[in-house]
Design a protein around this ligand. Sequence first.
Ligand code: BG6
Length: 278
Amino acid sequence: MLLTDSTIIITRSNIQILQIDNALATAEISLFGGHILSFKPKHDNRERLWLSSKAILNGKKAIRGGIPICWPWFGDHKDSQYSAHGYVRDQQWEIISSQDTPKGTLVSIKPSSSQGEGFAGNTQLVLDVLVGDTLSIQLKTKNIGSEAFKFNCALHSYFTVSDINQCQLSGLSGKYLDKTQGFDSFDTPTPYFFTEETDRVHLDKAPKVDILDGTQITTVNSRGHDSMIIWNPWQDKSIAMADMADDSYLTMLCVETAITQGEIVKAGDTHTLEQIIS
Ligand code: BG6
């Protein structure tokens, strides 16, 4: 079997989930969507990821919370018949390998197919997840065709916070494009607090963003990206979404490591998008 001693597979609703429990951390990874649902390092036993209490686990709709994999486009496709954030977050994934190492459990998974309508690239997509003292995620896009292609993507991480009204971000600077204002450009605020719906594409290759939540700090290290997305739907949009409780915007914040400007991958090359959560 492909599983290590620290990993079991459970089924919740219609979804198969890898449950990892090793010396350093626990985690859950859904094989629907290749979607990480939970990460709790044992040194502080604090859940880092937010999963909606109303998440729909029917194996059809992308799961609300955790870390959706947005690929091979981010946000809306220019052709509106294709759904937002690409086609692998609502697809079945499979295990390639798993291994217990001194640094934690390393699991490699892939979608059942990385080809799909709305994207012409010939690719092999692999997600490597290392569940250890930190959660290290690498999304590897390999061009196995003979032509270069361009793609966008995101590790769309939802973090749990105690109270969004008290939360602050640090580590971002420069301009951002505001989706709530027709993508107009603004300067990153300092200090960076939250008082309203926030949907921003920061054109910033920030290597490290901290979520300051009272005395707790969650750190997001990123590599291979050209943008960071900061999203909180606030009250009206939470109420409008069937898979979010009305007041759930108070305890979540998305900090997403993304490519939004189009990354070109030449034939034979591999692009790695990385996020490390601590
Ligand atoms: C964010 C986008 O990345 O994802 C938002 O910037 C979007 O505009 C949000 O609303 C959630 O998207 P979805 O498709 O999962 O509801």
